[in-house]
Design a protein. Structure first.
Length: 283
């Protein structure tokens, strides 16, 4: 697999030139939809608080980027453009790098600029029209980095679906992602229940003191986040009233490091499969 930077630049310019009108219309439609959603929250809630701004930004980023990513390889699904796309003197690796750059660099940057510009307009109205001194969301929340990592992870699945499915790409990719998420969560919960069973943690006395009880009635498995931690619930009865306390059981550091490496490797594995599919298309 060869990679030429000059060919990549020319391919990038060709992508922008061939889809210039579509991208400009998409940017205008995106700005209009974001403004409409923001005005809806502004009118119904009588304000656009920081958390709502964050939700609009992140939900909009995930949904709109998924739609955009499913169109990156659309020329392979259309017979009128398929032959022309396959005859381009570029390698599958160069096409793959272009898709990654568009979905993980260019689109998030363009979306962020448009969304923050819209937020600034609505936030101005919120402050000076409704008198609500809400802070402007500028990617400065502690949860933003983690959510952006989820976005990075999600794009690898959508990009694979974009080249794997030729028709109804968005719908099939969405179904595939939902099934994968449900499957991972179900497997993680099943494994957690089997491993933990009815065992009690080493700090059972500390949990009892925190609940203010002399004895914990039982511990109940409540859920799990794959590769990260397990959530348990301890409950007891105090003066006829049931009270409970949630706490996390974390993996030991060596096991957590191994699982983290596996988690990081998954997107790169999916990109590799996408690259093989691109090479198959050229063959």
């Amino acid at each position: 697999m060869q990679f030429s930077f000059s060919r990549f630049i020319n391919l990038f310019k060709l992508q922008l030139a061939a889809n210039r009108r579509l991208y400009l219309l998409g940017m205008a439609a995106l700005a209009g939809m974001l403004l409409a959603f923001m005005l809806f929250f502004l009118i119904t809630d009588r304000e656009l608080n920081f958390k709502t701004q964050q939700a609009v930004y992140l939900v909009g980023l995930v949904l709109s980027s998924a739609v955009f990513t499913t169109t990156v390889f659309k020329q392979y699904a259309e017979r009128s453009q398929r032959a022309q796309a396959l005859m381009l003197p570029v390698s599958a690796l160069e096409k793959m790098v272009l898709a990654v750059v568009l979905t993980l660099v260019v689109y998030p940057l363009v979306y962020t600029i448009i969304c923050i510009a819209c937020l600034k307009v609505i936030n101005y109205l919120d402050i000076y029209w409704l008198g609500n001194p809400n802070a402007l969301y500028m990617l400065n929340d502690e949860y933003t980095p983690g959510l952006l990592v989820i976005y990075f992870y999600l794009q690898s699945f959508v990009l694979l679906g974009a080249i794997w499915f030729r028709k109804q790409t968005f719908v099939k990719s969405a179904v595939m992602i939902c099934l994968i998420i449900i499957g991972m969560q179900a497997f993680s919960s099943f494994l957690g229940r089997k491993i933990i069973g009815r065992t009690q943690p080493a700090n059972v006395e500390a949990v009892s003191q925190k609940l203010g009880a002399t004895k914990i009635r039982h511990f109940m498995y409540d859920g799990a986040t794959p590769y990260v931690n397990t959530l348990l619930m301890a409950n007891t009865e105090i003066e006829g009233k049931v009270d409970w306390e949630y706490y996390k059981v974390e993996l030991p550091q060596p096991a957590f490091s191994i699982m983290l490496v596996v988690l990081i490797a998954v997107p790169f594995f999916l990109w590799f499969i996408t690259l093989l599919k691109l090479r198959e298309q050229q063959l």
